[in-house]
Design a binder for this molecule. Sequence first.
Ligand code: KPL
Length: 305
Amino acid sequence: MADWHIIGRGSIGLLWASELCRLNHDVSLIIKNHQGPPIGQLTDLTNTHGVQSQFKVTLGGYDSPAPIHTLLVPLKAYDILPAIEQIKPRLTPQTVIILCHNGMGTVEQVQQLLGVEQPLLFATTTHGAYRLNATHVRHTGLGETKIGRFGPPLKRKLTQTLNKVLDQILTPLSWHEDINAVLWQKLAINCVINPLTATLNVKNGQLADVQHEPTINSLCSEIATIANACGIPFVADELRNNCYKVIKGTANNYSSMHQDVKAGRTTEIDYINGYLLGKARQLCLEAPANEALYQAVKALESTSS
Ligand code: KPL
């Protein structure tokens, strides 16, 4: 019986699966439209040195009867709630759920559906992965993983078991008491880089051009004001410096939102700038630069669909 279930077969999910299999865990991937009993599936991993290896997972549907102990949900933010609704009959009050995606707002949705007592973790990783096809993933870049909990404290034995596993995958991995603050840092950077690269149709590095500085400054000062009002300590100048660090560090990449727009997919804008704007509205704060970018991405989404 699988001790880890992963929803979908996106690049990050397959990368986690390969690491778990390396540690001899049984991993079951929950696949939409899977018909019939679970089946074994050999999957390839190409590591960051270009070395290829194979690992074996089980593919099953949402409605298989097996209960779920640990569930990783590495989906796009807007797919999280529908997936958890569908898998809910297989969850127990002890099932540990791990969310892993860009943006914020899904924790509230999941807790509304399952209650605040459900063990709930959030992981954010900068490891890069690219899916060559449904059964071949490439680990494109080493990074780091940060994890923390939103639900109640986990039982000591469960924490020890989980730590033993998590300490060996997508390393270095660090536990954070205040994962919410960590996610706000990532959200802030995504609020700047993702919609700008998507609307300007440029690589991350091109945002370093001096012409974009006034927009980046306005975005950062709005984000810092809203974050502070939410009780998250942010300094606009530090945020700006962090944004430029990421812009330079990922200069050759197209952001995930740029890729989504190009591929005609829904973007995560509602969980990135949309989340920020929701907070601003609750606090009666204005955020015109973020609002303009949000509307521009929505317009792009509607023309590409
Ligand atoms: O997380 C990213 C993304 O593309 O979603 C950034 C940090 C912008 C790197 O490209």
